[in-house]
Ligand binder design. Structure first.
Ligand code: NCD
Ligand code: ZN
Ligand code: ZN
Length: 460
């Protein structure tokens, strides 16, 4: 047994292929005190208390998912921080940003502190907490940031009374406030009056099918809101992140705003890249309901192109689990929108890598580096450079498996990817130097996850 000398580090992963957005190199990663210490050849690594030969597998940074709904407080029957972060860890995701549509909604400094406390006690991965932007709390946004909110969420498209859509006057005041805090505001970009008007008309017509949900969420509802929020961003200087982009008609607007220098970033999600209404039957029929909707065939290809070219910056999941009974209702208006995603996203994307549609460095750019940069975490997160947090995932590009909802860690087990075969999977997840998941099993205790942007627990 090796004795630990003064130069002995905590962990060395060797025999791998280290992936960064710039390329891939055979070699190893040394980790000490939760940080990346060095990258290099196996021979150049220092002695380590634990040395793991990954046997030719790829080593990437942990993924960052800036759009998840982990449901607590208020909806623990749908999901808990323990189950959701177990899903994240096994899915290769080491940092998540949680949305504020919980109960109570994350709309006050107190609610931010309450959610951080709940998450801290259960989490297996690091997390950021979103603060809700509404008409009633514009004067509290600074205090919410002080309490630990790392970004804000604006629902320009909401029928949820917990998180209603604020009027445009309040939105402008809020964006000015958020701009001065130096934070980013993630926006659900749909036009609420269009959704309400169309929804009422479709219901009055007796429509109850999945296609009616798509008709309600027309292209114009999202195109208008994307153009409005880009304009508001340009005039207030508030950095905006467009959530769950699903519509090809929004892409030229996003590209144009970026060309004008507007501080805009955008995400899309696996369900918009891999599914269309043509897949509805296979993807669970009404259970495919999600807001915004999976659209007709013909949107996925432009979304892929935008992701590859950087018009869309990153992949998120909009992980939105519900109880099975809430997903399996006959009228579309009664079906809870959304489904789990944090555990399957990396597998679905690596499957594209194995098919040659995406390179691993491109994936690292869109899943790790871009979200870290957009939300001010780079290079602490989303990077394997020396000094970064040692959030590391080992991926096996040859590992083949079938997605089964009932095998997911998440309490929400209705997935539109049910039965889909994927080649490529995360096989080891490391959070700040601690192994959290290995070959699909959790090997860490809940509570090791910490809020990002906060002083780490136990350190001053
Ligand atoms: C979200 C959820 O369930 O929290 N659902 C979804 O379809 N994305 C809420 C929402 O954004 O409407
Ligand atoms: Zn949304
Ligand atoms: Zn969402």
């Amino acid at each position: 047994m090796r004795t630990s000398g003064p130069d002995t580090v905590d962990l060395v992963l060797c025999g791998g292929i280290v992936v960064t957005p710039d390329g891939m190199r055979e070699g190893a990663v040394a980790v000490d005190q939760g940080k990346i210490l060095a990258l290099g050849s196996d021979a150049a690594m220092p002695p380590a208390r634990q040395r793991i030969d990954v046997d030719g597998l790829h080593i990437i940074p942990g993924a960052i998912d800036v759009h998840v709904h982990f449901r607590e407080p208020g909806f623990s029957y749908k999901e808990t921080w323990a189950t959701a972060t177990a899903a994240a860890a096994i899915g290769g995701v080491t940092t998540v940003f949680d949305m504020p549509n919980t109960n109570p909604p994350t709309a006050t400094p107190e609610a931010v502190r309450q959610k951080i406390a709940i998450a801290s006690s259960q989490a297996l991965v690091d997390f950021g907490i979103y603060g809700y932007v509404g008409e009633g709390n514009v004067d509290q946004l600074a205090a919410m940031a002080e309490a630990g909110a790392v970004a804000f969420k604006l629902y320009l498209g909401s029928d949820n009374p917990l998180v209603p859509c604020p009027n445009d006057g309040a939105v402008l005041d809020a964006l000015s406030a958020i701009a001065s805090l130096g934070l980013r505001c993630t926006t659900h970009a749909e036009n609420t009056p269009i959704l309400n008007w169309r929804g009422a008309r479709l219901k009055a017509d007796g429509r109850q099918d999945l296609a009616a949900h798509l008709e309600q969420h027309s292209d114009m509802a999202t195109v208008e809101a994307v153009s409005r929020i880009a304009l508001f961003s340009e005039w207030t200087g508030c950095p905006i992140h467009i959530a769950h982009e699903n519509c090809r008609h929004s892409l030229p607007l996003i590209a144009d705003a970026k060309r004008r220098g507007v501080n805009l970033t955008a995400e899309t999600c696996p369900h918009y890249l891999f599914l269309s209404m043509d897949d509805a039957e296979l993807a669970g029929g009404n259970a495919l309901r999600v807001k915004p909707p999976v659209r007709e065939a013909g949107h996925a290809k432009p979304l892929w192109d935008a992701l590859k070219s950087g018009v869309i910056d990153m992949i998120s999941t909009d992980h939105a689990p519900h109880a099975r009974a809430e997903k399996l209702r006959s009228s579309i208006w009664d079906v809870a929108p959304g489904f789990p995603g944090v555990e399957t996203s990396m597998r679905l994307m690596l499957n594209e890598v194995s098919k040659g549609r995406l390179s691993l460095p491109e994936y690292v750019r869109m899943a790790c580096e871009a979200p870290a940069r957009a939300f001010g975490l780079y290079p602490r997160k989303g990077s394997l450079q020396p000094g970064s947090d040692a959030d590391i995932v080992v991926v096996d590009l040859a590992k083949s498996a079938v997605i089964r909802g009932t095998e997911l860690q998440s309490l929400g087990n209705v997935t539109p990817f049910e039965g889909r075969q994927t080649i490529g999977a995360p096989v080891m997840t490391i959070l700040r130097g601690m192994i959290v998941a290995r070959y699909g099993h959790l090997v860490a205790r809940p509570g090791i996850g910490q809020p990002v942007g906060q002083t780490p627990k136990g350190r001053s």
